[in-house]
Design a binder for this molecule. Structure first.
Ligand code: BYC
Length: 479
């Protein structure tokens, strides 16, 4: 069925009412989730009315409604994309077979791991972003971070549904653990590296939603063709919501760049490497923006796992996790004898080597991610053209600043040259923001809560959310 039961405590289109055991399990998890949300979710503003989008259906048209909601009362639901009649598996050993509706027993452990890792990132990002509401540069931006947060909460629900429905007691335990780990906690950290980094300021948030949410898109796209249909359908619907998160990031950075360009023009600054002159006028200088790109891009690349991975080969072979846009790729979708070019360290240099394609699944997904990021860079660089400023921002080399995979043990510059550890550390602040840079960004984080007004370091957006006018009160901060 695809109609959404909206009257239920947990809105859903999975006919929850007909599965009393599952319904009880999810209803028992619900208060624990709310408790987590209230303690680890957005700090402050929990009792305020926020203009939010809520998913109410799964059709491409009219799947969401907008309205004022207090965040703890948000209707987090379980929504799966409609089942495609007769869908067959498009890759791996089981290519051509009918997709599985039940959990395939032999792949239980692999699937549990994929679902838990995916699930863990969702609450992690909410925890990372919890203090941002207090320093929002506008009510528009404040609403956007809350929108992202409630939807990440819903994505957690999506994974918890799979755990509770298909993985029995283990699944219930994993669902509890998802609420116990904490981003950045020394004893109980979140599973993947980037989800333990702090997001203390809005430039970091916009970079995170540009790059790290884009990893989310790539990973969800890879799961969206899974041979296990419940996972495929769940992730497909999650992708519907993901687009807005990346939009928030891309346009957020774009607006920061625009404001910096305006400051340059207003003050006759022509040198794009100028730092103090921009900071004097309260803007974020372009070298610092580049350094933030370098950081978030490299930390996000780590999320793709090792370039050469037997884990990834196994889950592809088992028809559980495919590649980006798998059905559209022009090959046999089994890759038993194919090769793929992978960046490797050879003779002290980064070189491209042809390796068995099955082992290079992570590297290929990272390539697709990099292509997508290049498009974002083009959008950002257009702002310079509009302001007739000769400058461009760029992605650092894929081997730069890596902690996972092939380049974890070498020291690589932003241009891809391997250097000594000492040289790298001596030059680190050429590529990554220094404490002084980060303190400067933090010093700009003063809240602006007047409807229609924006902090001085960021331009207004081109359009309002859901067509709302410029002075719309996205969060009802006035009593
Ligand atoms: N940090 O063969 P390897 C999102 C571990 S984001 C720490 O290299 P594999 C979102 C790995 O677990 C998308 N550990 O990697 C965005 C393994 O350990 P075990 C989230 C790491 O398995 C914004 C070992 O290293 N979804 O949705 O091929 C806001 C060797 O593994 C890391 C997914 O990631 C790391 N960065 O690939 C909100 C999809 N990387 O198990 C949400 C599900 C690797 O041997 N996950 N390790 O002890 C996967 O597909 C894979 O697990 C990974 C890793 C792509 C993450």
């Amino acid at each position: 069925m695809s109609d959404v039961d909206y009257a239920a405590l947990i809105p859903n289109n999975v006919d929850l009412a007909s599965d009393a055991r599952l319904q009880r399990a999810l209803e028992a998890w619900y208060p624990k989730y709310i408790d987590w949300w209230k303690t680890m979710g957005p700090e402050g503003f929990q009792d305020y009315e926020v203009y939010l989008r809520t998913a109410i259906g799964v059709d491409s048209e009219g799947w969401a409604k907008f309205g004022y909601v207090k965040m703890p009362e948000y209707r987090w639901g379980i929504l799966l994309a409609p089942q495609e009649e007769g869908r067959t598996i498009s890759f791996g050993e089981h290519k051509g077979e009918k997709v599985w509706q039940d959990l395939p027993g032999e792949y239980r452990a692999m699937l549990r791991r994929l679902v838990v890792i995916q699930g863990d990132t969702e609450p992690a990002s909410v925890e990372q972003q919890r203090i941002l509401g207090q320093t929002a540069p506008s009510l528009y931006d404040m609403r956007n971070v809350f929108q992202v947060n409630v939807e990440e909460g819903r994505h957690l629900w999506a994974m918890v549904y799979l755990l509770q429905k298909y993985f029995g007691r283990d699944g219930r335990e994993e669902a509890e653990d998802l609420l116990m780990r904490r981003s950045g906690d020394a004893d109980r950290p979140r599973i993947l590296g980037a989800f333990n980094e702090a997001t203390p300021d809005w430039l970091s948030f916009f970079m995170f939603t540009t790059f790290t949410d884009r990893d989310g898109k790539m990973q969800l796209e890879s799961l969206a063709n899974s041979g296990w249909d419940p996972l495929a359908r769940t992730t497909r619907f999650m992708l519907t919501e993901e687009g807005h998160h990346m939009f928030v990031g891309r346009t957020g950075v774009e607006r920061v760049i625009q404001r910096t360009c305006e400051i340059m023009k207003e003050n006759g600054i022509t040198d794009p490497t100028e730092i103090d002159g921009i900071r004097k006028h309260g803007g974020i200088d372009l070298p610092t923006i580049q350094k933030k790109i370098n950081f978030h891009f490299s930390v996000t690349l780590d999320l793709f796992g090792a370039e050469v991975s037997t884990n990834a080969a196994n889950s592809f072979n088992a028809s559980l996790k495919g590649r980006f846009h798998e059905p559209k790729i022009d090959d046999d979708h089994q890759l038993q004898s194919d090769t793929y070019p992978v960046a490797q360290v050879v003779d002290g240099q980064v070189q491209i080597v042809d390796l068995p394609a099955l082992n290079a699944i992570n590297s290929r997904l990272a390539d697709d991610f990099i292509d997508d990021c290049e498009k974002v860079m083009k959008r950002w660089n257009r702002v310079f053209q509009t302001h007739e400023i000769e400058h461009s921002l760029s992605l650092p080399h894929r081997a730069f600043n890596r902690a996972v995979g092939e380049f974890a043990d070498v020291f690589v510059t932003d241009k891809g040259d391997i250097v000594s550890e000492t040289e790298w550390h001596d030059r680190e602040n050429e590529w990554l923001a220094s404490d002084v840079d980060l303190d400067y960004i933090l010093s700009l984080m003063q809240p602006e809560t007047t409807p229609g007004k924006y902090a001085q370091w960021i331009a207004a957006p081109k359009a309002g959310i859901n067509g709302q006018p410029g002075d719309f009160e996205y969060v009802k901060v006035r009593a």
